[in-house]
Unconditional design. Structure first.
Length: 273
């Protein structure tokens, strides 16, 4: 039986674990080869552990177990030159790029960090890193002339007015995820003439290490009871990475061939509450 993504190559950032790994495995299960990128080291201002080399190797093993090819690289999305080199190397080895999942991102920044530094660090990863990813891949996709699909990872915090608190990291997260919507729309216009679609996906809280860590849980426990309502409409506290991967797989498939410029919530109803 053929898969929806047979003959396709998917570039995924933040692929070491969490949503990135889930996306890699889902697309590989349906036939895609994968360029899997992750920083695999700690960022000083992030108070929870980031992915490791072992995590990225684990993603590669899961992709290979599905009979698909995979190229990995340890690269920081903030480094435009390193991203361009890693994407070019992966495309050369696997035969191009058809799907881009700009997924790498950070959540909470250490609350002890000065707010201007925290704000900038989150923007650099979550926004500049997305820009670097797409600008590393888009020229390859355009030159190939075979179209393609790009999905940017946003958040419910990019669709509503909750989530910021005056804390530099929190404000940076909300600002960066709102900006993802703007990039989705402008890039959809830029790339439409090349038959490259651009959409974004906006999950509510997802059961990944970015959420399930002691640092964030401590901050959440300290919030006032009368603070912003961050709960979902449906009776689920956190969704699973596979729930987001299902939406992503649809967006990059031919089933969504006329869907572009869309900010798709996968939010258990949070944004309409």
């Amino acid at each position: 039986m053929t898969g929806r993504f047979d003959g396709k190559v998917a570039l995924i950032t933040g692929a070491g674990r969490g949503q990135g790994r889930s996306h890699a495995v889902r697309l590989a299960a349906e036939g895609a080869d994968v360029i899997a990128l992750d920083i695999c080291r700690q960022i000083d201002t992030v108070p929870y552990p980031l992915a490791t080399s072992a995590d990225l190797a684990g993603t590669a093993s899961e992709v290979e177990a599905l009979g698909r090819r995979v190229v990995t690289a340890e690269v920081d999305v903030r480094d435009a030159e390193a991203m361009a080199a890693a994407v070019a190397d992966g495309a050369r080895e696997l035969g191009g790029v058809d799907i881009v999942l700009a997924n790498a991102g950070i959540g909470m920044v250490d609350p002890e960090i000065p707010p201007p530094t925290a704000f900038r660090d989150v923007l650099d990863v979550n926004l500049v890193g997305v820009w670097n990813t797409v600008h590393a891949a888009a020229p390859i996709m355009i030159e190939q002339g075979r179209g393609g699909s790009i999905v940017l990872t946003g958040s419910t915090m990019g669709l509503i007015g909750r989530g910021g608190s005056g804390n530099g990291g929190a404000d940076g997260y909300v600002a960066s995820k709102h900006a993802i919507v703007g990039l989705t729309r402008t890039w959809a216009n830029w790339l439409a003439r090349f038959n490259i679609r651009v959409n974004s996906v906006h999950p509510t809280g997802v059961s990944t290490p970015m959420i399930l860590n002691e640092a964030l849980q401590g901050v959440l426990a300290s919030l006032p009871a009368d603070g912003p309502d961050m709960t979902n409409l449906l009776d689920v506290q956190l969704i699973e990475p596979r729930d987001v991967s299902a939406a992503v797989a649809w967006l990059v498939s031919d089933e969504a061939r006329y869907v572009t410029g869309v900010a798709l919530p996968v939010d258990a109803g949070m944004t309409v509450k």
